[in-house]
Design a protein around this ligand. Structure first.
Ligand SMILES: NC(=O)c1ccc[n+]([C@@H]2O[C@H](COP(=O)([O-])OP(=O)(O)OC[C@H]3O[C@@H](n4cnc5c(N)ncnc54)[C@H](O)[C@@H]3O)[C@@H](O)[C@H]2O)c1
Length: 310
């Protein structure tokens, strides 16, 4: 019998071509649960990008053998329900980690150099003809700092944390890291406890999954422990950071800048203060969105799903 592979949204052609060798491929073109449920009834495999997979969706998939997640974290999938129903879940760990690691360097530089604010001021015509642009930048308080010689603290030393560490070291940063499961640090990284990491780092970057232990990991207490004017980068998950506490720390000047790529809900409400705050560099969950990573994830998820279709 022909197998049906349902995708909520299309993936890169490299992956689509592989899937076509294994069955009939159907792209729903929606992530809406109600619209998906009838389509799931006929599916042997489901592939999602970043949208949730609920217990109800899994129950609707009476023939479903495998769910593929085009990405690293599986936190959007009801893994308990999948296990109860005997449905395998596969992700694409590592396929996008280099892209995210590069993006973290971009975010660190953007914050350290106040580049988004400066670009916005230039576009808004904020610099008059009465002085040179470089001196206007200084007068507007848009002077940056270098990353070279500064300390980077990585919370989580998995695939992405390690990729960031290597790049940051190449920039001449000192790198420290904290990870509950790592005993042998990556080259050139000193393992420290969380409090030490917060107190020593000029830039803190988060690379942990969202779990019961990491929800609210960076709240008011952690922010108090950070160096005054320190920079925080969150490409992990929205729940790892208490957004209200971050906004308060930015308003008080305690925190020097916040780069955030992940929101709850996604997309964020257009009125979300994070999107307007001058010290926030907010991006639309794009850290992994390179053509390189999209190809790698598409091939990895297609292979993973095909393997489990039997
Ligand atoms: N913004 C994006 O586009 C994007 C893309 C990919 C991944 N991510 C996020 O980045 C996260 C990290 O990805 P990865 O590929 O490096 O994952 P990974 O599994 O390779 O590494 C995660 C590390 O976090 C550590 N960890 C878990 N709980 C911890 C805790 N309480 N304190 C300290 N360390 C802890 C683990 O031991 C592990 O070493 C993912 O879970 C995902 O949420 C975001």
């Amino acid at each position: 019998m022909t197998r049906t592979i349902l995708l909520t949204e299309p993936i890169a052609e490299t992956g689509m071509a592989l899937l076509r060798t294994a069955g009939e491929v159907h792209v729903a073109g929606t992530t809406d649960e109600t619209a998906l449920r009838p389509l799931l009834a006929a599916a042997d495999a489901l592939i999602v990008r970043s949208s949730p997979v609920t217990a109800k969706m899994l129950e609707a998939g009476r023939r479903l053998k495998v769910v593929g997640r085009h990405g690293a974290g599986l936190d959007g999938i009801d893994l308990v329900a999948a296990e109860r129903l005997g449905i395998r879940v596969v992700g694409t760990p590592g396929a996008n980690s280099e892209s995210v690691a590069e993006f973290v360097i971009l975010a660190a530089l953007a914050l350290a150099r106040q580049a988004p604010r400066a670009a916005a001021a230039l576009s808004a015509g904020a610099f008059g003809p009465d002085r040179s642009l470089p001196s206007a930048v200084v007068a507007a308080g848009l002077t940056g700092t270098m990353l070279t010689g500064r300390i980077l603290g990585l919370v989580g030393l998995g695939a992405i944390g390690r990729g960031v560490a290597a790049r940051a070291r190449a920039l001449g940063m000192t790198v420290i890291g904290h990870d509950v499961a790592v005993t042998k640090p990556p080259p050139g990284v000193r393992l420290v406890e969380m409090d030490e990491l917060l107190g020593e780092s000029d830039v803190v970057s988060l690379h942990v999954p969202q779990t019961e232990q990491t929800i609210g990991l960076i709240g008011a207490t952690a922010l108090e422990r950070m160096r005054p004017g320190g920079l925080l980068i969150n490409t992990a998950r929205a729940g790892v950071v208490d957004t209200e506490a971050v906004l308060a720390a930015l308003d008080s000047g305690r925190l020097g800048g916040y780069a955030v790529d992940v929101f709850h809900p996604e997309p964020p409400d257009p009125g979300d203060r994070l999107l307007r705050h001058p010290l926030v560099f907010a991006t639309p969950h794009m850290a992994a969105m390179t053509s390189d990573a999209l190809d790698a994830m598409a091939v990895a998820v297609a292979r993973g799903v095909i393997d489990h279709l039997g």
